[in-house]
Design a binder for this molecule. Sequence first.
Ligand SMILES: Cc1cc2nc3c(=O)[nH]c(=O)nc-3n(C[C@H](O)[C@H](O)[C@H](O)COP(=O)(O)O)c2cc1C
Length: 404
Amino acid sequence: MNAKREQQTIVVGVTGGIGAYKSCELVRDLMRRGFRVKVVMTEAATRFVTPLTFRTLTGEPVAVSLWADEPDSKVHHISLAAEADVIVLAPCTANVIAKLAHGRADDMLTTTVLAAEAPVIVAPAMNTHMWRKDITVANVSALRARGFAFIEPGRGALACGDVGEGRLADPAAIADAVEAEAHRARDLAGVHVLVTAGPTHEPIDPVRFIGNRSSGKTGFAIAEEAARRGARVSLVTGPVSLPDPFGVEVVRVTTAMQMRSAVLARFGASDVVVASAAVADFRPATFASGKIKKTDAPDAVALVRNPDILAELGETNSGRAILVGFAAETSDIVAYAREKLTGKHLDLVVANDVSGELGFETDDNRVVFVSAAGTEDLPVLGKRVIARELLDRVARLLAARNTH
Ligand SMILES: Cc1cc2nc3c(=O)[nH]c(=O)nc-3n(C[C@H](O)[C@H](O)[C@H](O)COP(=O)(O)O)c2cc1C
């Protein structure tokens, strides 16, 4: 695992703030840490530091305009986005934060960020009043919910003469955050992760089924994040209306029995299984091959139990793969999660309360991680951020297992 580590590329985005001169120190620091650094600047940033400075420091061309003639004739914002292992925006203006929060892409820097799959770290720097403005606060929280990481600005005397929050964080602290993210960007290299997602549909006749409200968003976010971190990912999903995540083997199934076959076929090669699918516990005992007419409606639909796929994996696993289960409950969620953890021989259970507004179909969720080590209560987070937190724990469990 992780046998060869080639040099990682950090794209440093510099925007039009007075702190832009500190980006030179950040660039130097990242290079000293062994990264290849490419700089992209906004037009405003070039008023503060010249592209020549960064080109000289990095030995790489500096991207400013979307319309510049590139000698290698590649579509530069796309190639930059694809090359980036981590993107860091330092300093990041209120303006660029606002543009990113709304998905705007009207210059080289914002277009690159929008086109990138890499994690983005934002180090804001601005006047205290700009930083505290409710619109800026809302833009920052919108970006956080979408998985952008922020390095809070520091307090102190600002260039404008005000004293308060808004100063660009220390370049060394920014470089530390970049280094941690770069490590995370590869921490599942060579690991095979199997994810299940979505509901299952258990047919009554060709047009009717028993199902549930799972949207598959959490499982898809986990699959996408695992692939981003270098894992080979198979995603077995029930019927959902989500597009295939990039770089993931997607197997679309309908019923619990089909999901079981697809999972069992891949389990042997998997180092990690994250079972987030809401598999139907029951299926109709019989299937009518023609649509049941209204006039022939039965009084009741006889049900039979579906196999418990995760319990089956737990029984045969004997500690080989890391097994993660989900428990969506409406009461006593931790107690139930603990029961699931031991009963199904799991390493981690992600428990959440679906009695309120959060859970199925939402973009945010509040989860509790339950493992042999204890219980961790997380705040309300976006599903992408939850995926990241979950895979951090999985990476630690894998590391602990590999050292034993
Ligand atoms: C001297 C000077 C310093 C500035 N410093 C900042 C700053 O630290 N943070 C910020 O958000 N905007 C700052 N601005 C305003 C931005 O430069 C302005 O909003 C610009 O449109 C940002 O462009 P960009 O976001 O594309 O880089 C400053 C402007 C001037 C003239």
